[in-house]
Design a protein around this ligand. Structure first.
Ligand code: 5GP
Length: 284
């Protein structure tokens, strides 16, 4: 499909989804989508475009789903719309308790305006319950509560399979300074405490999550703030009553109902009233 046709399809799908959400009318937001912009970076699930002002970027949420370092791929219609909404909500709530992050405001169904940061090439994983790679590595039964929250660092490098790294590697290879590691650990624990409560209040157990950080510079000084996204793509979220998975493991493990589960998370958080039409009808 040509870029122009894809663009028109995306606009049609977004318009239908917007209608379902009872969002603002189409033309006003459509202009944002149609504007020609310089692409800064394209990742597996998001695209970054140049922002309207220096120091800003536009983060576009794609429907693409990938797993196992990009070896498993699919397009899940509507995923980007849901993740944009959930991440917006979580970042705003975190900001309200003083956790600084890159989110400025949501622009439309798939895009948000963010602060430009110098991404630290690490994935910071925080775990409360054994699952995924932790269960595999140590032979722990999935679902076993951990004696305390555990923070791990992984190098962001798909070609190397995002290897786990120690503080020694991080400082020796200059990926982050000791003070930045301390700041990331303290912030991650705070994010974990807050999100455990936020999700817990709507019957969802926060099993684990991955976050990323970036530097913002003020003259010669930098500070580390939360970046990227927080969504069912980057968290393990289980229904507290049934332990049913409501996150990307549904895609990784071919459990089905991926979008329905993401929508359920959004619905419980109160950020989405109903299933968007874009998911049911698809893009024509
Ligand atoms: P695990 O190491 O068990 O595979 O993942 C731990 C947590 O981090 C899970 O919530 C998982 O979704 C998240 N995670 C780990 N690596 C990635 C990644 O490359 N991308 C995303 N979106 N999440 C990740």
């Amino acid at each position: 499909m040509s870029d122009a046709i894809q663009d028109r399809c995306a606009r049609g799908a977004d318009a239908r989804a917007r209608f379902a959400f009872g969002d603002r009318p189409w033309p006003e937001e459509g202009l944002t989508i149609m504007t020609r912009r310089k692409k800064i970076y394209e990742g597996k699930a998001k695209i970054l475009y140049e922002g309207p002002e220096p120091g800003t970027l536009i983060q576009y949420f794609k429907d693409d789903a990938t797993a196992f370092d990009g070896t498993k791929k699919a397009v899940l219609e509507g995923k980007g719309v849901i993740n944009n909404r959930i991440s917006e909500y979580v970042m705003i709530r975190l900001n309200s308790i003083g956790v600084q992050n890159h989110f400025i405001r949501r622009l439309n169904l798939r895009e948000q305006l963010i602060k430009e940061v110098e991404i630290i090439p690490l994935e910071v994983v925080c775990r409360n319950i054994a699952a995924g790679s932790l269960s595999r590595r140590f032979g722990l039964p999935e679902g076993q509560a951990l004696p305390r929250s555990i923070i791990e660092f992984y190098l962001k490098d798909d070609k190397l399979g995002d290897p786990m790294v120690a503080e020694e590697h991080i400082t020796a290879f200059n990926w982050a300074a000791t003070q930045e590691i301390d700041d990331m650990m303290a912030t991650t624990l705070r994010v974990n405490d807050f999100l455990t409560g936020l999700f817990g209040a709507v019957g969802i157990t926060l099993v684990d999550f991955k976050i990323e950080y970036g530097r913002v510079w003020e003259n010669d000084f930098s500070r580390v703030i939360l970046a990227d996204e927080i969504s069912p793509d980057s968290c393990r979220l289980w229904d507290s009553a049934t332990n049913e998975k409501l996150d990307k493991d549904r895609f990784r493990r071919d459990l089905g109902n991926v979008i329905e589960s993401y929508t359920e998370v959004a619905r419980r958080l109160g950020v989405m009233k109903e299933m968007p039409t874009v998911i049911q009808g698809g893009i024509q």
